[in-house]
Design a binder for this molecule. Structure first.
Ligand SMILES: *Cc1c(COP(=O)(O)O)cnc(C)c1O
Length: 421
């Protein structure tokens, strides 16, 4: 097989090498577990790579807090882990003061709790605003809450290659709106919604703004407190490298905490969990958003990534993210467009999150072959190849090599490939 870089224009390969040479974050790549046969990992926005330090953290947990402190560790540290880790996420990635972020559940369950609490806090308002391009779980959760509470969803249908604009939200807002639920960064197109403006528009109509930050946390700079966001949730296994199924984070602005009631009233969100008394009495503050026993093991790996993110700083991470997605767009234009590939993400870097969506009718088969070759993007039906670029673990030449393989597979064409043994 020819070196995939030879399929790209020399100037682009030179550019990728120069960007790596000048990259102030280049050394962070050595912190990640090395994998034989991996050519390009282009899916760090879906499942972040493990850090080498996570090996030791997990192993020492077995002999340490779990193995030797046993149940005493609940009192010693585990009970506070959801809020202590929440505060760390708040400080390092969300722009949130302490006491407003909790780690619990999956994003799906956390979204349900937040949406349900928001709707209950706006009695008499029977509409929720959402968009048809949001991630399936967000739409399904909303449909469930709407059915449960007798609400109507006002669906916005954004341009699939872009996303929801503040004008589109304003057109749906009114005195009947209880809440607006949107993703900050669109999971397919990577469009960055205008979080401060949409939040302000929701408030002007008396509604609550709920943000899904799955594709933002750890990739973009966030300032939830400053923007006056009401509620937010997001994944920790994407850009925060918490490992498969690591728990979600939830953010509830302090001013709303005592007014909101979440629907999964478990003992761990009770004011006095160990009194084990009759009747549910919610804890004060962010603790009331916890339901059951915190997933302590699942909270371990993300701490290693948060340390790295804090050291690198989100401005530098965002700067590299923009450079990576910019190079992906440039390679798509100069080396893949000739085969019919189009860019289905915003070209303006300010409107583009940490990944790039490319489209071509043959991408489903191309993706299967890429995975065999150790090039790992993901396929988004019907024709999207999503190139996820986690800034601390991805290099510019790695990206170029991955897209070089895409060029090679498209150049061979479907007929030749199916004739190969
Ligand atoms: C990844 C993702 C989710 C995933 O939710 P889980 O409950 O962790 O499966 C939800 N929303 C968005 C926008 C996502 O990108």
């Amino acid at each position: 097989m020819a070196d995939p870089l030879t399929l790209l224009p020399e100037a682009l390969v030179g550019k990728a090498r120069a960007l790596d040479a000048a990259d102030p974050l280049a050394a962070y790549r050595d912190e990640f577990v090395e994998v034989d046969g991996l050519v390009a990992y282009l899916d760090g926005n879906s499942l972040g790579r493990p850090l080498k330090t996570t090996r030791e953290r997990l192993a020492s947990f077995v002999d340490g807090p779990w193995g030797s402190r046993l149940i005493r560790a609940w009192d010693e540290s585990w009970m506070d882990a959801p809020t202590e880790l929440g505060d760390l996420i708040g400080r390092v990635v969300l722009g949130a003061a302490p006491g407003q972020t909790v780690v619990a559940d999956s994003t799906t369950v956390m979204l349900y709790k937040l949406v349900r609490a928001a709707v209950a806090a706006r009695p008499g308002r029977e509409e929720i605003i959402a968009d048809t391009q949001n991630f399936p779980t967000d739409r399904y959760v909303l449909e469930g809450v709407a059915a449960e509470c007798g609400l109507r969803i006002r669906w916005i249908s954004p341009d699939p290659a872009a996303g929801v604009t503040v004008e589109q939200v304003r057109a749906e807002l009114g005195p009947r709106t209880a809440a607006v639920l949107l993703s900050h960064v669109a999971y397919k197109s990577a469009y960055v919604a205008d979080l401060p403006a949409i939040t302000a528009a929701a408030h002007a109509a008396g509604a609550l703004a709920i943000w899904d930050l799955c594709h933002s946390a750890g990739a973009l700079e966030l300032a939830l407190d400053e923007a006056g966001v009401d509620l937010a949730a997001g994944c920790t296994y994407k850009y925060l490298n918490g490992g498969p199924g690591s728990p979600a984070f939830g953010y509830v602005a302090r001013r709303l905490q005592d007014e909101l009631r979440q629907p999964i009233q478990g003992w761990m969100g009770h004011a006095e969990p160990f009194a084990m008394g009759p009747g549910y009495e919610p804890a004060s503050g962010i603790r009331r958003f916890i339901s059951g026993t915190p997933p302590i093991v699942g909270m371990l790996p993300m701490r290693d990534m948060l340390t790295l993110v804090e050291r690198a700083g989100t401005p530098a991470i965002r700067a590299k993210s923009i450079a990576l997605t910019g190079l992906a767009v440039e390679i798509a234009d100069e080396a893949l467009a000739a085969y019919g590939v189009t860019v289905a993400s915003p070209r303006d870097p300010a409107l583009r999150g940490g990944h790039v969506l490319l489209e071509h009718p043959d991408f489903e088969r191309v993706t299967a072959e890429l995975w065999r070759r150790g090039v790992i993007p993901d396929f988004r039906p019907p024709r999207g190849l999503r190139i996820g670029l986690s800034p601390l673990s991805t290099s510019f030449t790695e990206l170029a090599a991955g897209l070089g393989h895409v060029a090679q597979l498209l150049a061979e064409g479907p007929d030749r490939r199916s004739a190969l043994p």
